[in-house]
Design a binder for this molecule. Sequence first.
Ligand SMILES: Nc1ncnc2c1ncn2[C@@H]1O[C@H](COP(=O)(O)OP(=O)(O)O)[C@@H](O)[C@H]1O
Ligand SMILES: [Mg+2]
Length: 233
Amino acid sequence: MVGKDLHVFDPGKISPQAPEQCGGLLFQLLEQKYKGKLDEKADKYLYFAVDGAVRMQDLIEALFAYSRVTTRGAPFDPVDTNLAFTQAVTNLSAVIKEDHAVVTKDHPPTVKGDEAQLAQLFQSLIGNAIKFRKPDIAPLMHVSAEEHEKEWRIQVRDNGIGMEPKYFDRIFEIFQRLHTHAEYPGTGIGLAICKRIVERHGGRIWLESAPGEGTAFSFTLATTGEDNDARDR
Ligand SMILES: Nc1ncnc2c1ncn2[C@@H]1O[C@H](COP(=O)(O)OP(=O)(O)O)[C@@H](O)[C@H]1O
Ligand SMILES: [Mg+2]
């Protein structure tokens, strides 16, 4: 190890909350310093080490996010889901622009819930709709909302690659993905987080899809929601 760089790896100096970042930084620094100076094999190993460390970090962050849905949820307040939707689209604006994606919506309702989590839910579903687009056409998404008795049913529909019905249950499980990381990057935790958020709000989430036919995710939110996890706290 190179003496003068050692301080960079002091976990206390990087961030006491993020020891998982240290490995990534170490490999990145090694790559910066030694890429092209050893042999080809060493370059390849350094590349895999950096890539693996970054993925591990993404995975750990996603697992924290999954756990925080129930441990750090905000108390329920009236939420204009238009605002949650707008927040999600703003956070995705770079990828929306890059992929020429078009997101349209009806007038999503006001419900009782956790605004940040509902924004995270829209962001995951719209983010997936863009990621799993067909390569040759612009991704189109539409968010619609309908009232059914005491609940709202909100749907996010896309014109992407779709999937076979046999995968409908599996994809909500943690780490379950239908593609390799090289085909589509991701951790396989997004939909598990979505399910947790919807269930905390007393709702259900499901989908309709077919290969090549696009996908429509629907979820329900009670018109006057109650925090499902508050009872356990
Ligand atoms: N809109 C979509 N169209 C097609 N497939 C999807 C869509 N959303 C999710 N999937 C499938 O479900 C899997 C799980 O999704 P998710 O939990 O968000 O993980 P990730 O996005 O990290 O792959 C994805 O890997 C993909 O195979
Ligand atoms: Mg995802």
